[in-house]
Design a protein around this ligand. Structure first.
Ligand SMILES: [Zn+2]
Length: 148
């Protein structure tokens, strides 16, 4: 299980190697995504809280990257955080997610991205439920639900 210590270590010393890489130009991504998906996943945008379609959904399934379709999270690790964004306590696999220190807006936070295509997902915080203590705060627009 990943904890805040490993998250910080990945963001400082480098991320785990993904199973594969998907790389496309900006115009190729633009052609594949809706304008809102493009703004959030490729330009590091943030959707308004409580606006995302996947926020209050708790159906069984996998949450895949909207850009490259790699599974990132699943419904068993999703929880209701009350923040207005889909929240998870762990990635589906250790090497599914990439971590980077983000000093924007005068705060130091840890940005989380898809480790396969570098799509922006959201941020991870050390105030989640036990046992991992992690809260992955993810934009709905960065994911699609692959229902079981
Ligand atoms: Zn991806």
């Amino acid at each position: 299980m990943l904890t805040w210590k490993e998250v910080i270590r990945f963001s400082v010393k480098g991320n785990p190697t993904p199973d594969q890489r998907v790389e496309k130009s900006e115009s190729e991504w633009k052609a594949l995504l809706t304008p809102e998906q493009f703004r959030i996943s490729r330009l590091k945008g943030t959707e308004r809280p409580h606006s995302g379609a996947l926020c209050s959904i708790h159906e069984a399934g996998k949450y895949n990257c909207v850009c490259c379709d790699t599974p990132l999270f699943d419904s068993t690790i999703k929880f209701e955080s009350g923040t207005g964004w889909p929240s998870f306590t762990q990635p589906i696999k250790e090497n599914a997610i990439k971590y980077e220190k983000d000093s924007a807006f005068g705060m130091v936070r840890v940005e989380v991205m898809c480790n396969t295509c570098d799509g922006h997902l959201g941020h991870v915080f050390p105030d989640g439920p036990e046992p991992s203590g992690l809260r992955y705060c993810i934009n709905s627009e960065s994911m699609k639900l692959d229902k079981e």
